[in-house]
Design a protein around this ligand. Structure first.
Ligand code: PEP
Ligand code: MG
Length: 587
């Protein structure tokens, strides 16, 4: 799509707020993208020659491999490499690479990568198992060719991804996002994804501006183009004009100043105008977020998503290692409470162990407490580690993906067993440790009265509660427009949960992304929520919003919302109150 340096605006969905200025680094899926740089016109012939050499070397290697396999396995087993060789001799593909080098003046490895990605993407999108298998073969050859490019001294000096850049990619997994080098990556934009995916939640936690669901395929975006990423409106602007750049610099400055102003509220209470105090705590995925959480003025950690810590490193930390990390967090957070959620593996997050075949519906599959209750030794290690660390401060254990009473009772029984074991070993722990459950499956909300008798608190996971109530996959961009947090059914489930909690004298928090949506704050306050747990960067503005509201008006509005029949009516009621109370905070 890009031939000239004309300004191009690509619309996507805002994922994580912030404005970033940097060249784009384009990365498609499947395998790691090579470095990318522009070559001068007089280097085109030499670049094509480098490509030819990489191809020749790959062919030689594959030939050798074929002969070797034939020798040891016989029976024509070496034939499997025929398909690999055919790719390297496909004249259509090769001439496309050659044209890309001439026309885009990209280095050869990047031109090859971009052409092959388009080709692979087309294969992956066809629902045919044979083609999908072949795509894996082709990926393998591509990787080999990329490794065979010779680097000379001249090629070392070009702009590399180790400079500031914005990642533009087909998709990013939560693990990709977790390992982003924040010194170099100033933002990212993806073709896939949606605002409630863990990838985007992580971006918000880490303060990385992001856009998802780009309307243009990433493969059509010219790498290294100068760009501006506007995470507030979801615009990726390529080759911005001087005027556009000046406008966005001004906007970024304005936002920075507004954020600084909010810092002055750090020591203030989170209290409505008519005196209702709400606990405002922070969500956390990694311990390195602690300083940011501390600066935000959070009154505790309302959700420690331990799956990132437990599963991202390759090997699960043992009980002692976990105890050290939990203790560090609890000590940093006390006198406030740290709520540690037990492993929530599965869904769009990393699985806890390789499965013999992929799950057809991971969000309805082996996830959260279901994994813990079938892998009891792993569960017990985590529980014992949490219990041991509970001597350092106030701690809550939170169970994810609870769908009914039986799971709560079973999980509590295992906690009890862990306590007995520790007592027998004379290892101290807090016997009054709080136990809570996530309300994120409609069946749990409906059974809230029965569950409330068994626990100390509820934490409503609205990201999943919305997904499971309206049957809209939270990470699927094709149905993202149907993902409606203000759906009347969601409101009623939240109301049922809060009422059940109040009847049994326990508190209710919200730790899903709804808790940081300023348009919805009046509704949550009005429904009687006691605690909100939000990303640290969002905390100061949620505090200011609550301080601008009155509980009595919010309650009246929430009662009206509970009678409303449509999503739009509810959204209008709460947004109108947000606008009259704190228009300056709304993006
Ligand atoms: C939720 O579902 O709202 C939640 C907080 O849990 P997670 O986003 O980790 O699934
Ligand atoms: Mg959840």
């Amino acid at each position: 799509m890009q031939g000239s340096n004309q300004e191009i605006i690509i619309q996507g969905t805002p994922g994580s707020p912030g404005i970033a200025f940097a060249p784009v680094h384009v990365a498609a899926r499947g395998f790691e993208s090579p470095e990318v740089y522009e070559i001068s016109a007089d280097k085109i012939a030499a670049e094509k020659e480098r490509f030819q050499q990489a191809l020749d070397q790959t062919k030689t290697q594959i030939d050798e491999l074929r002969n070797h396999i034939e020798k040891i396995a016989g029976n024509g087993e070496g034939q499997i490499f025929e398909a690999h060789l055919m790719v390297l001799e496909d004249s259509t593909l090769l001439s496309k690479v050659s044209n890309a080098i001439t026309e885009r003046q990209h280095n050869a490895e990047y031109a090859f990568y971009a052409v092959m990605q388009t080709y692979l993407e087309a294969m992956r999108r066809i629902n045919d198992s044979y083609l999908k298998e072949r795509a894996i073969d082709i990926e393998d050859v591509c990787q080999r060719v990329l490794k065979n490019f010779k680097q000379d001294a001249e090629h070392q000096d070009h702009l590399r991804p180790d400079h500031h850049h914005i990642i533009v990619s087909y998709d990013l997994t939560p693990s990709d996002t977790a390992s982003i080098d924040r010194n170099h990556v100033l933002g990212f934009a993806t073709e896939q994804g949606s605002v409630n995916s863990h990838t985007v939640i992580l971006a918000r936690s880490l303060g990385i501006p992001a856009i998802v669901g780009l309307e243009t395929g990433v493969i059509d975006i010219k790498a290294l183009s100068e760009s501006i990423l506007d995470g507030y409106t979801g615009k990726l602007i390529l080759n911005p004009s001087a005027e556009t750049t000046a406008h966005y610099k001004q906007r970024a400055k304005h936002k920075e100043q507004a954020n600084k102003n909010l810092q002055s509220l750090r020591e203030e209470k989170t209290m409505t105008l008519d005196g209702r105090e709400i606990t405002l705590s922070a969500n956390m995925e990694f311990t390195y977020e602690l300083p940011m959480i501390f600066d935000s003025g959070a009154k505790g950690i309302g959700l420690f998503r331990t799956e990132f810590y437990l599963l991202e490193g390759g090997e699960m930390p043992n009980e002692h290692e976990q105890e050290q990390v939990y203790s560090e967090v609890i000590q940093a957070v006390q006198p406030h409470e740290t709520i540690i959620r037990t492993l929530d593996a599965g869904g769009d997050k990393i699985v806890s162990e390789p499965l013999s075949q992929p799950e057809p519906n991971p969000f309805l599959g082996w996830r959260g407490i279901r994994v813990s209750l079938t892998r009891k030794s792993i569960f017990k290690e985590q529980l014992r580690a949490i219990l041991r660390s509970s001597i350092h401060g106030k701690v809550g254990i939170l169970f994810p993906m609870i769908s009914g009473l039986r799971e709560v009772l079973e999980a509590k029984e295992i906690v009890k067993r862990c306590m007995d074991e520790l007592s027998a070993q004379n290892i101290p722990f807090d016997p009054d440790i709080q136990i809570g459950v996530m309300i994120e499956v409609p069946s749990a909300a409906i059974m809230a009265h029965e569950i409330a008798r068994e626990v100390d608190f509820f934490s409503i996971g609205t990201n999943d509660l919305v997904q499971y109530t309206v049957a809209v996959d939270r990470v699927n961009p094709y149905v993202a427009h149907l993902y409606k947090p203000t759906h009347p059914a969601v409101m009623r489930l939240i109301d049922t949960t809060v009422r059940a909690a109040k009847d049994h004298g326990i508190w209710t928090g919200v730790c899903g992304e709804m808790a940081s949506d300023l348009n919805i704050t009046p509704l949550l306050v009005g429904l009687g929520i006691d605690e909100l747990s939000v990303g640290a960067h969002k905390l100061p503005s949620v505090k200011k919003a609550i301080r601008s509201l009155s509980l009595s008006s919010c309650t009246e509005m929430a009662q009206e919302a509970l009678k409303a029949k449509t999503t739009v009516e509810i959204a209008e009621l709460t947004t109108a109150m947000a606008k009259t109370s704190y228009a300056d905070l709304l993006d």
